[in-house]
Design a protein around this ligand. Structure first.
Ligand code: SF4
Ligand code: SF4
Length: 464
């Protein structure tokens, strides 16, 4: 049974084979604004590992040292609880954003759209020309010109893919690590494997998969239909204004005007020619639409030529297209907003209560205690200090209890650099052989008023 018009993907032909798209590039107010946003986002992505904020790269997932630098914020492994808030913010933020703004993310900020529409397609058009020229080139024989153009295009795509993969690797290896890995791939085998795989995935996407990522693979595109409703912002065609489409019939002077006047759509199909997912927005709102705004600019340019008002295709809502008023406040928006506020309040509380210093006592591996020549027992422990404040701190340690013990530290004070974790060996000894206490307490303090008491277990043969 043949599929209904809107049940078939525009990029899959009747035989089931891929229909290759040659979208026309259009320039208009939305495409210009989108390009500005895209270049801003790409600039942030590319510079983040190479610039320093507060002495560290703006973005760096430093797994060996269990630290994460995010635009001036430093998170330690012990801050993993923040991830819970981050996940909650992401979930409720995405729910709320999608319910209100629909697929604005897809059109304006998704890396797939950003790279395809602002980098890859412009490069393709620059090298291979307009859609009709590209189609002719693809269908023509392999001449030297075709080989040259295809090689140039692949080379340019490879540069973009390689640069993007290098940047992603720098997020994990750091800038020194990524430079080392580029010059000596064997020095960072995992980083090199990641670089090669990411470059291959980007090339697959840029050269062949393209809009199929949005149409077939992207999970966000799939579940948006659940999150959106008739009041969500979307890009739509105004049927009431546009139909019946077609060129307006010329009415001779004195003749009867047509029974049904023509709508504003002149059926030029420019909105279809510019669509990167190959759909006709006039058939209604469709899952393949990534809200790229190209059809708005294309149709506005036609309306300008015809001296008709812009906005036959525009940002609107399904409800508005039915001639009703769009509702901003509705149950799902209230529910998602409450969830988001609760998560953000929890996050703000956690950040406010965050201790700038974390102290821990660890037992040293190997010899937890030793007996000194005079018969006393000595415990060796490691004091771990995490300084999460924005400046270096110097700490002193004193033994609070028991009185029958004494503390020996190799250095009188411990200085820990900002956003660093340092470990210091310390020794706790009995004052006299035979004095046995099962625990000891240390007081760690700094000159700025930080004080924390920490307890440890004193090990001796009868308490091993
Ligand atoms: S229908 Fe319009 S907004 Fe949607 S993907 Fe196509 S051109 Fe972009
Ligand atoms: S661009 Fe506008 S006028 Fe042309 S076919 Fe599309 S909706 Fe109709």
């Amino acid at each position: 049974m043949p599929l209904a018009e809107n049940d078939a993907l525009s990029t899959i032909g009747a035989s089931g084979r891929r229909v290759w798209l040659y979208p026309l590039r259009v320039v208009g107010r939305f495409v210009r604004a989108r390009s500005l946003v895209a270049w801003g986002l790409m600039a942030a992505l590319f510079v983040a590992p190479w610039i320093d904020i507060a002495g560290h790269p703006a973005m760096f997932f430093d797994f060996p040292h269990r630290r994460f630098y995010f635009w001036g914020l430093t998170l330690f492994a012990t801050d993993a609880n923040y991830l819970l808030f981050l996940a909650g913010t992401l979930v409720f933020g995405v729910f709320l954003f999608t319910a209100v703004f629909g697929r604005v993310w897809c059109g304006w900020a998704c890396p797939q759209t950003v790279f395809m529409e602002s980098v890859i397609r412009p490069i393709e058009q620059l090298i291979e020309g307009k859609p009709s020229q590209r189609k002719k080139l693809d269908q023509g024989p392999w001449t030297p010109t075709k080989i040259l153009k295809k090689s140039l295009k692949l080379g340019a795509f490879l540069v973009v893919a390689g640069a993007t993969a290098t940047t992603l690797v720098a997020y994990f290896l750091g800038r020194n690590g990524v430079i080392e890995a580029q010059f000596a791939p064997g020095s960072h085998p995992i980083g090199t494997a990641f670089f090669v795989s990411m470059t291959a995935i980007f090339m697959f996407d840029f050269t062949w998969f393209r809009e199929q990522t949005c149409v077939v693979v992207c999970p966000y595109g799939r579940f948006q239909s659940v999150l959106m409703d008739a009041d969500s912002l979307t890009i739509g065609y105004d049927v009431a204004r546009g139909e019946p489409r077609g060129k307006p019939a010329k009415v001779r002077p004195g003749a009867e005007p047509p029974a049904e006047p023509a709508g504003d759509c002149v059926d030029c199909k420019k909105c279809v020619q510019v669509c990167p997912t190959g759909i006709d927005i006039r058939k209604g709102i469709q899952l393949e639409c990534v809200n790229c705004t190209a059809c708005i600019d294309a149709c506005d340019s036609i309306m300008d030529k015809l001296q008709r008002p812009r906005g036959l295709i525009r940002y609107t809502s399904e409800r508005a297209l039915e001639g009703k008023k769009t509702r901003i406040i509705r149950p799902r928006v209230v529910l998602y907003s409450l969830g988001l506020v609760a998560v953000l309040a929890g996050f703000a509380t956690a950040v406010t209560l965050r201790q700038p210093v974390e102290i821990a006592l660890n037992r040293l591996v190997g010899a937890p205690f030793v007996q000194l020549p005079d018969g006393r027992y000595q415990n060796q422990v490691e004091l771990r200090i995490a300084n999460k404040s924005g400046h270096d701190k110097t700490f002193e340690v004193e033994l609070l209890s028991p009185p029958a013990a004494e503390l020996y530290t190799p250095i009188p004070t411990f200085t820990v650099a900002h956003n660093a974790v340092q470990k210091f060996p310390i020794l706790v000894r009995q004052v006299h052989p035979g004095n046995r206490s099962s625990t000891f307490a240390l007081k760690v303090k700094d000159a700025e008023g930080f004080t924390e008491t920490i307890e440890g277990v004193f090990l001796a043969p009868d308490r091993e």
